[in-house]
Write a protein that binds this ligand. Structure first.
Ligand SMILES: Cc1ncc(COP(=O)(O)O)c(C=O)c1O
Length: 476
C-alpha cells in the first residue's frame, strides 16, 4: 500500500510559462544581474487574454471597448501591450494617467475611475479623457471646472446600490439618480454625458445582471430627460482561474477544516482560521480564500453575461439589447487580462524548526510582495532545486518572509513541496500578476521591492528584459 499523497493546491500554469519554467536554467538565467526575488511578467499571455475577451465581445455585442484596469499591476510591459493592441485603459491616479500617456495612449482612449479629489479633477478636466465620476460632488465639480475652463468634458456616471448588492463605498447610489439627471441636464453644455457605469468585485452572475438592468433603466431615464447616453460600462471583476484541479482544492480545504478541529496533521500557522468559525466542534463559514477555487474563466463569465436574458427587457439577451440600443459596452478588466501572465521568484535562505515542531522555509521575500491585501494565496508554489536531489518526498512547510514581523508568513497554511527545500533553492509563486505583486508591497526594513522583468518567447527561445524596456510588436 502506498501512503496517501499529502493535500495539495496544484496551480494552473499557462503553457508558455510552463515551457519557460521547464527550460533548463531559464529561471536562474532570468535572475542574473538582478538576483532574487523578482517578478516576471509575460506580456504575450496578457495579449492572449485580451484576444479571448475580444472574441467573446465580437460574437456577443455589436460595439464595445475594453479598458485595461492599470491598477492590477504597475508593469509597463502590460500597459504597452494594451496600447499596441489598440484597446483603452482605465487609470485611477495621476501616476497611472502619466504611465498611460507615456505608453502612447491618447486621451480619447483613457478612462479615469475611482474617487478623485479637487487636484486630480483639475488635472483631468479639459484633457479629453473620460471621467467616470464616483459621486455627486465629483459630477458637480466637473461641471463647474469645465465651465471655468470653457471645455466640454466626457463623463460616465458610476452607479451602485443595486437591489441585493452589498453596500459599496464607490459609485452614486441609484436612489440619487434624480439628482444626477438634474445636474447632467443643467450642465449639458459642459458635461458630455456618455453613459452609466458599474463595477462589482463579485463572481455572482445574478448580481451583475441586476446591475446591468439597473443601468439600462437609468439609461432609459436619461433618454427621457433628453440626454443621449451611448455607453454602458460593466466594469471589471471577471474572475481568474488559479487551480489546476478543483477536486484537489476541495480535498485540501477538507483536510484544513479537519486540522482546525485538531484532527490529523496541523496545517495552520499561528492559530489562523482563514475566516472559518470554529464552534461546537464544527467548522462554519466561507473561507477568505474562496476565489482561488474558481473554475469559470473570465471569457465564459463575460459570454454568459452577454447572453443573459434580462427580465426587464422581455427576456432579451443583454448583448442584443445593447446592440439594438446602439449602446457601446465598455469593460474594465484587470485581473482577467493578467491572469497567468506573471510569476514571482524567491530564494530559500534557510530552514528552521519552531517550538511547536513546524518547519519554516525562510525566503528572501516578504508576504506583502506576493499577497494582495494580506489575503491567503491558495496556490502551491513550485520548487526549483539548486542542486539535483536524490532524496525526494513531499515535505510540509510554512513559507516565512524576511521581515522582523511575527505575521510575515508568506503562507499561513501548510504547503507540501515535492522535496525538502534547501538554502539556495528557488521558489516560484504562480499567477501573481493580478494585485499580488504591487497592491500591498511596502519597503519595510528598507528592503527594495523586487524588480520586474518581462519574459517573451521568441523563435529561438525565451528573451528576458527589464519590464520598463519591453516594446511589444504592434497589434491590430
Ligand atoms: C472601477 C474599477 N474598474 C475595474 C477594476 C478592475 O477589476 P478586476 O481586476 O477585478 O477586473 C477595479 C478594481 O478595483 C475597479 O475599481
Amino acid at each position: 500500500m502506498t501512503a496517501a499523497a499529502p493535500p495539495g493546491l496544484p496551480a494552473k500554469i499557462h503553457p508558455l510559462v510552463r515551457a519557460f519554467l521547464d527550460a533548463p536554467g531559464a529561471v536562474e538565467d532570468a535572475l542574473k544581474g538582478g538576483s532574487s526575488p523578482a517578478h516576471l511578467v509575460f506580456p504575450q499571455v496578457f495579449a492572449e487574454n485580451l484576444e479571448r475577451l475580444r472574441t467573446v465581445l465580437e460574437a456577443g455585442v455589436g460595439r464595445y471597448r475594453i479598458c485595461y484596469a492599470h491598477k492590477v499591476n504597475q508593469s509597463r510591459a502590460f500597459v504597452r501591450t494594451a496600447e499596441a493592441a489598440g484597446v483603452g485603459i482605465d487609470v485611477a491616479s495621476p501616476e497611472e494617467l502619466a504611465s498611460a500617456g507615456g505608453a502612447g495612449f491618447a486621451p480619447e482612449r483613457i478612462e479615469v475611475t475611482g474617487p478623485k479629489g479637487e487636484g486630480f479633477l483639475r488635472e483631468l478636466v479639459g484633457t479629453g479623457v473620460t471621467i467616470s465620476v464616483d459621486n455627486v460632488w465629483e459630477l458637480r465639480r466637473v461641471g463647474e471646472l469645465a465651465a471655468e475652463f470653457g471645455v466640454v468634458t466626457p463623463v460616465l456616471v458610476r452607479l451602485s446600490g443595486f437591489p441585493g448588492t452589498p453596500v459599496s463605498r464607490f459609485g452614486v447610489p441609484v436612489r440619487q439618480l434624480d439628482e444626477v439627471l438634474e445636474v447632467l441636464v443643467a450642465d449639458r453644455a459642459r458635461i458630455g454625458f456618455r453613459g452609466f457605469a458599474f463595477h462589482l468585485d463579485s463572481g455572482e452572475p445574478a448580481e451583475r445582471v441586476r446591475a446591468v438592468e439597473a443601468c439600462l433603466a437609468a439609461t432609459e431615464r436619461a433618454y427621457e430627460h433628453g440626454l443621449a447616453p451611448s455607453v454602458l460600462n460593466i466594469g471589471g471583476g471577471f474572475r481568474q482561474v488559479f487551480t489546476a484541479d478543483a477536486d484537489a482544492f476541495d480535498h485540501y480545504v477538507i483536510a484544513l477544516r479537519e486540522a482546525l478541529l485538531g484532527r490529523g496533521e496541523a496545517m495552520a500557522w499561528g492559530g489562523n482560521t482563514f475566516g472559518f468559525h470554529l464552534d461546537g466542534g464544527a467548522v462554519h463559514g466561507t473561507p477568505v480564500f474562496h476565489k482561488y477555487a474558481n473554475t469559470v474563466p473570465a471569457d465564459r463569465m463575460l459570454a454568459e453575461l452577454l447572453a443573459a436574458g434580462l427580465e426587464s427587457q422581455g427576456g432579451r439577451e443583454f448583448g442584443q439589447v445593447a446592440a439594438e440600443n446602439l449602446l457601446e459596452v465598455w469593460l474594465e478588466p484587470g485581473k482577467a487580462l493578467v491572469d497567468h501572465a506573471g510569476i514571482t521568484v524567491a530564494r530559500v535562505e534557510f530552514l528552521k524548526e519552531t517550538a511547536d515542531g513546524s518547519l519554516l522555509a525562510n525566503l528572501d521575500l516578504s508576504r506583502d510582495t506576493v499577497t494582495p491585501a494580506d489575503q491567503e494565496v491558495m496556490v502551491d508554489p513550485l520548487l526549483i532545486p539548486a542542486r539535483p536531489r536524490t532524496e525526494t518526498g513531499a515535505t510540509g512547510v510554512f513559507l516565512a518572509g524576511r521581515l522582523c514581523l511575527e505575521r510575515d508568513l508568506i503562507t499561513n497554511h501548510k504547503v507540501w513541496l515535492p522535496a525538502r527545500p534547501e538554502p539556495g533553492d528557488l521558489i516560484v509563486f504562480p499567477n501573481t500578476a493580478a494585485y499580488h505583486m504591487d497592491l500591498s508591497a511596502a519597503t519595510a526594513s528598507m528592503h527594495r521591492l523586487p524588480p520586474k522583468l518581462a519574459v517573451t518567447r521568441e523563435r529561438d527561445g525565451f528573451r528576458v528584459c527589464r519590464d520598463g524596456d519591453y516594446q511589444p510588436e504592434r497589434g491590430r
